[in-house]
Ligand binder design. Structure first.
Ligand code: SF4
Length: 222
């Protein structure tokens, strides 16, 4: 079952996971989703980037939009907003193109650079997939922030790579157990689209499935 897609986690989930572990679990384990203005705007921006899923040449640079990526080793999958390919004799061969090419992933984001580092984590995971797929090294990538129209370079350090591995491992364990972490009221809740479903103000939080299980169990006891 090594290629069973259900075993693979979505790379985009890393951002939720960094934002709040419970939020990731509500979306990816319990399959709940609620749009708010921030997530909607985010989708529109991504649709614009993924719109034309093709490779185009701009000068000596090739641009590949919406490239699907996956790592068999990490069991993660996703889509790169953009992969820039630069001619480089130390790069890798690309099907249908002469010469060798260096890969440089770029992820497009709405708003300001994030201080939690979740965007860099997601970008690094994409780069790790590309490295495995193309058997190459990608030391650097970039994030582009729409609101401030700024491109920010991200060094893909060992520390960042380890954080990706640790987060993915933790997500896989939660997924395997089907466990949703309890709510912790914090600053993130203010912009969380799942606040009404999550109800972080309630003292004792349980997952939807736990709630149903408990309700039935209590009925049995009566
Ligand atoms: S409302 Fe708060 S605790 Fe609940 S999922 Fe969102 S960020 Fe996490």
């Amino acid at each position: 079952m090594a290629n069973d897609d259900s075993e693979f986690l979505m790379i985009s989930g890393l951002k939720h996971f960094q934002f709040c572990r419970r939020r990731w679990a509500l979306v990816h384990i319990e399959q709940l989703w609620e749009e708010n203005a921030l997530t909607l705007e985010g989708h529109f921006m991504h649709e614009r980037v993924h719109d034309d899923s093709f490779t185009e040449a701009r000068g000596s640079v090739l641009l590949s939009r919406g490239m699907p990526v996956r790592s068999q080793e990490l069991k993660i999958t996703g889509v790169c907003d953009m992969v820039e390919l630069y001619k480089d004799e130390n790069g890798v061969p690309i099907q249908g193109r002469d010469g060798r090419w260096r890969l440089y992933p770029v992820e497009y984001k709405l708003g300001q650079p994030d201080i939690q580092g979740a965007d860099a984590l997601q970008l690094c995971a994409q780069a790790m997939c590309l490295e495995e797929m193309f058997v190459t090294n990608i030391p650097e990538a970039a994030l582009y922030y729409g609101k401030v129209k700024r491109r920010q370079c991200v060094l893909l350090t060992e520390e960042l790579r380890q954080k990706v591995k640790d987060s993915v491992m933790e997500m896989q364990q939660l997924m395997l157990k089907g466990r949703t972490p309890k709510a912790k009221m914090g600053k993130a809740c203010k912009s969380c689209s799942l606040v009404d479903i999550c109800q972080p103000k309630l003292a004792k939080q349980v997952s939807a499935s736990e709630y149903i299980h408990r309700a039935f169990h209590e009925e049995d006891e009566v």
